[in-house]
Design a protein around this ligand. Structure first.
Ligand code: ADP
Ligand code: MG
Length: 606
């Protein structure tokens, strides 16, 4: 119920639809009861054609006799219109029945019509919030969570909430009201019979509710498995080339099949449990009806305290009460299922962002002086990957980071951009700790080009502009700096070419130059290049390297490089090993030192 309340908050903006739904549900419940009551005069006309006519207009003599008053009034009315003509009377009552049923269904439709806006609105808002949260949460959150799992939460779990919780919301008003109205009508027809019947209803209700138990656990496993195989699918789509090249299709097929088999087993158990609930409640329901037939029949035939047509209408009402009763018993199951889904959705929504801007964070609008690492230590998990790291990068300088893979170079980039926060020490820009800056203003100062160019399913122009309001000339001039203009112009649709999923239609070097153009257009004072040319062949490396050098002019740059030939011109080269600086100086100085750098260079020239 806890989760239910939290989800209900999402319905608040749509309360007007909720009210309209309640209004029409009240009318629906009224007419649904009424539709059985109007059967009584119909039965009366059919079964008692020779009954004495009611000669006087009936008078209301109190609530206890309301049902008699109702019956007599109807009889009197029909008689006064149709007179002795029985077939005319028949037409009148049939019309009456049709009209009440018509209204009952119209109101039912209207109630559902309005609640639809609420349900889908809530669905939309939860999804938007989830997406917003997904974008906001720090990168570290996702290294632990599989992407497919998040996709399954935004996709199916939200839908599940819409199905289960919100359908409960619909029932919250309608079903109890239908029960109450029907019950009132039943009591008015025969108190004795109703008391008798109601001894049996709680018993069958209890039996039905037993089935609902343990369903939450089953539905949990189903959802989790779904998250798993969506992850697998996501990975497969991303790694199709490798899977095929390594003839690993069978391997992946069997992994997927094992997962779907588990899913199949869980769903079978779950569905069959659900399947059981409807026949059980139907059968228990008919048990109640049987008791009612027997006792009611006795009242009519033996005791004579109930007339036939009232009894038949009563039967209808009793049946009418079963549907909402069944729905309510199902609701407990729905709530359990919805709870499981809501728990998974709220888990994301309620995750504290560990990298929030502080109160009154400083908005930095320029970079004037220096970036300074002071005794920075950092760990992703248990082991420190940067230890007591200190480095100053002056404005306008190019600082290169080299070292074995795993020595912590990319980690430096992750920390300057504040994808992660340092554990010890500080990183300052112009003397201000970057933790005191707004993330947005910090990142405005930074540009980034990574090893694998990250492009989106959109046109080249949009991939370069990336949401910035720019003219076409600006895009073209950025592309020119990035050495990308030439090949883009040769594409059939030029800048309007859609590059496909993650840019699959382009070569590595081309993609990289587009991502450089994007960085050029952003025009930040500080540029971070993390192995920007490592993934490229020598031919396109030259083009990209040239583009990078053009971009780095008049800028402060942190260049992480694998190929040492690309960083010889750097003002400072920092050689890293296991999270520490082992050497620092320019190319000539470091060569002269004949230390690690010298070794690395010799190794690469060989
Ligand atoms: N997201 C992460 N979670 C846990 N450990 C990580 C993560 N990213 C990198 N590491 C670890 O941190 C160390 C430094 O990594 P990284 O900075 O990427 O090295 P480099 O870029 O120099 O090759 C490595 O030992 C690596 O295994
Ligand atoms: Mg790296």
């Amino acid at each position: 119920m806890n989760y239910f309340k939290k989800i209900i908050r999402y319905a608040l903006p749509y309360k007007k639809y909720g009210y309209l739904n309640i209004l029409f549900n009240i009318l629906y419940a009224l007419f649904s009861t009424f539709s059985f009551l109007v059967l009584m005069p119909l039965l009366n006309v059919i079964f008692k054609p020779n009954e004495n006519p009611i000669s006087q207009k009936p008078v209301f003599t109190g609530i206890a006799k309301l049902m008699d008053y109702f019956k007599d009034s109807m009889g009197y009315y029909i008689q006064s219109v149709a007179g002795e003509d029985k077939s005319k009377a028949l037409i009148i009552v049939v019309t009456l029945v049709i009209v009440t049923f018509f209204f009952k269904n119209i109101f039912n439709y209207l109630a559902m019509y309005f609640i639809t806006f609420l349900r889908n609105g809530v669905l939309k808002d939860i999804r938007n919030d989830l997406y917003k949260k997904t974008i906001e949460l720090p990168i570290s959150y996702f290294s632990e969570k599989r992407k497919g799992d998040i996709m399954s939460r935004i996709g199916t779990d939200v839908l599940e909430i819409q199905h289960s919780f919100l359908s409960v919301l619909v029932m919250l008003v309608r079903e109890p009201l239908t029960i109450i109205f029907t019950l009132i009508a039943m009591i008015m027809i025969s108190l004795k019979l109703t008391v008798f019947v109601f001894i049996f209803i709680p018993i069958s209700g209890y039996l039905i509710s037993l089935i609902g138990k343990s369903l939450k656990k089953k539905s949990d496993s189903v959802q989790k498995e779904q998250g798993y195989f969506l992850s697998l699918l996501e990975e497969t789509l991303g790694g199709l080339k490798i899977i095929k090249a390594f003839n690993s299709e069978d391997n992946f097929n069997s992994k997927f099949q094992i997962s779907t088999l588990r899913f199949n087993n869980y769903s079978n158990k779950l569905l069959n449990r659900i399947n059981l609930s409807s026949p059980t409640s139907e059968f228990l329901g008919i048990g109640v009806i049987a008791v009612l037939l027997w006792y009611g029949g006795t009242l009519v035939l033996v005791e004579g305290t109930l007339d036939g047509e009232s009894f038949i209408a009563y039967m209808g009402l009793a049946y009418n009460i079963l549907t909402p009763a069944k729905a309510i018993s199902k609701a407990s199951y729905s709530i359990k299922k919805g709870n499981a889904a809501a728990e998974r959705v709220l888990e994301i929504l309620e995750t504290e962002n560990s990298l929030k801007d502080i109160d009154k964070a400083i908005i930095k609008s320029s970079f004037d002086n220096e970036i300074k690492f002071e005794n920075v230590s950092f760990k992703y998990e248990d082991e420190y990957v940067l230890k007591d790291f200190s480095l100053t990068i002056k404005k306008g300088q190019t600082v290169a980071l080299v070292g074995q893979s795993g020595s912590g170079k990319s980690t430096i980039a992750n920390l300057v951009t504040r994808f992660y926060d340092v554990n010890k020490g500080t990183i300052t820009i112009d003397g201000i700790d970057i933790k005191n800056l707004t993330k947005h203003s910090l990142r405005t100062q930074l540009g980034m080009v990574t090893q694998d160019a990250i492009l989106f399913h959109d046109t080249i122009a949009n991939n370069i502009a990336f949401g910035k309001e720019v003219t076409e000339e600006e895009i073209v001039s950025a592309a020119k700096i990035a050495n990308a203009h030439e090949f883009i112009s040769e594409l059939p649709k030029g800048y309007q070419t859609n590059i496909g999923d993650s840019g699959n239609k382009l070569s590595g070097g081309q993609k990289q130059r587009i991502s450089i153009a994007r960085a050029v257009l952003k025009n930040p004072p500080i540029m971070i290049l993390d192995e920007a040319t490592s993934a490229l062949d020598t031919e396109s490396e030259k083009l990209v390297q040239d583009a990078l050098e053009k971009m780095m002019q008049n800028r402060t740059s942190i260049v992480i490089a694998h190929r040492l030939s690309t960083i010889q011109k750097a003002d400072t080269i920092v050689v890293m090993k296991k999270g520490k600086i082992v050497e620092q100086g320019n190319h000539q100085e470091l060569l002269a030192e004949k230390g690690t750098y010298h070794k690395l260079v010799t190794m690469q020239t060989l």
